[in-house]
Ligand binder design. Sequence first.
Ligand code: GAR
Length: 196
Amino acid sequence: MLNIAVFASGRGSNFEALHRAIEEQNIPAQIAVVISNNSAAGALSLARSLGIPALHLSQRHYPDPAAFHQAVLQTLVRYAADLIVLAGYMKKMDAEIVRAFPQRIINIHPALLPKFGGEGMYGMHVHTAVIAAGEKESGASVHYVDEEYDRGAVIAQQRVPVLPDDTPETLSARVLTAEHQLLPSVVKNIAQNHRP
Ligand code: GAR
């Protein structure tokens, strides 16, 4: 059984899609904890309603960055996390945590990396940039997290068309549907190959 820690800063629709897929497809995994830097994150209330431990861990409570990273690490150890899934987590993962979980942190990004990644490229900014660049297709990427933003090796991608009359909102909705399929399929693969 693969123990997953989900990090999410916002709405939490990717967390919800992953949770549903685990239940419906009998994926040998469980979401052990949901962690957010945002106390108002939809992901936290959703986790609570599902009976999943939901923790607000923010640098506001740990002004010293080293203490903050220690708190995150201790939480991951306490919940015996095998895999960390960044599902709309808007903070950079600290290098110490990345080193503690080599090839065990994955992120979902709403574009076809390596295009439209990097600092500042998150959420609606990504879709606005894709349309402004006149791209004919976009999509979702799941990649390993390393010490740089959106740089780790891509594990899988799902493509969607960019339509001539798309707005960032309509494109975002189409990409999000792809994200909700892609993330669970990658996690399923990892879970099925996981040897404790
Ligand atoms: C998703 O579109 C995800 O790809 C994006 O934030 C959204 C979170 O939605 N992540 C990034 O932009 C990371 N760079 P959700 O809270 O409904 O899952």
